[in-house]
Design a protein around this ligand. Sequence first.
Ligand code: ZN
Length: 338
Amino acid sequence: MTNSKELVEMALKREEVERVPFCAPFQGYWALGLENVTVMDSINNPKIAAEAQYRAAEGCRMDSVEVMWDWLLPAEALGCKVKIPEHGTIPTVSHIVNGPEDLDKIKLPDINKFYRFKAAKETAGHMSERLGKDHFLIASILSPFTLAGEIRGVDNLMVDSFMDEDFVMALIKKSVEITKAFTEEIVSWDIDAVIICDPTASGDLISAEDYVRFSKGPMSELGAVIRKAGKMHINHICGDTSDRLDIVADTGCVAFSVDKQVDVGEAVSRMKNRMAIIGNVDPAGTLFSGTPDDVRRETRRCLEKGGKRGYLLGSGCDIPVGAKYENILAMSDAVMNF
Ligand SMILES: [Zn+2]
């Protein structure tokens, strides 16, 4: 009998599967919220952070499980100020680069001594011990382009991209170096895949042309680190990316996690010889605000469109903190009974 890990691997390799795998793909912060573990508690106590994931992973029969969700952590490691919320992603609130004169401020930190990375590593260790044998384990990390936005401020970066391309290129080059160093550590863990998250290259923020100009190359470089270590390389970009699926496939990834705006049926059929597609139940509209019936309906619609080759069912982006357990269970039930 095929276990979850094997099933996910088959789907990622675009082999025909008996059942479409349930690949959340981002349950980390949601599962912490579910057990009322604050972000600070999760950092201070990796064992509790890991335990908070088990009800989500096992109760909702997730075939893949996110074992590192603190994907923005390099920003603070570089010296940006952050504000740790009770729940959810840790936002960057101040940026270390105010102009080209600050590029030298970007220095490779002592990665393994950084408190959030130490916690992430320990948490992933606990999770792979408990789940690693039969679940497909994924770590999330930010793309070089998104890191550049954290270091500089996303709005500033958007202006720079028109006004001073050389500066942006230099910033991205530094960001490649930093994200590579983190990723080289992550791929040495007992995990199966790394998802490169690139919200700043969202289809709603930059054009396909600018994605090629600023993010595609760096994403490929980071992906090469993942692939070279024998792990699977997956990308995630928020917003409507229908116009750049081929370009994303050019980064060499095995799969692309797409947001709710993308038509899954079209994406799977267009990419059938290039990469698998993961998605894309509406996170806010359905998983957070909908009823279990709404979730089941939309999940079935995705499954009908996605088919059984090169497709994995998941949320379009992070499962929102505060989404009801019953809703995620309904998503799972719909997959298992399809
Ligand atoms: Zn997203």
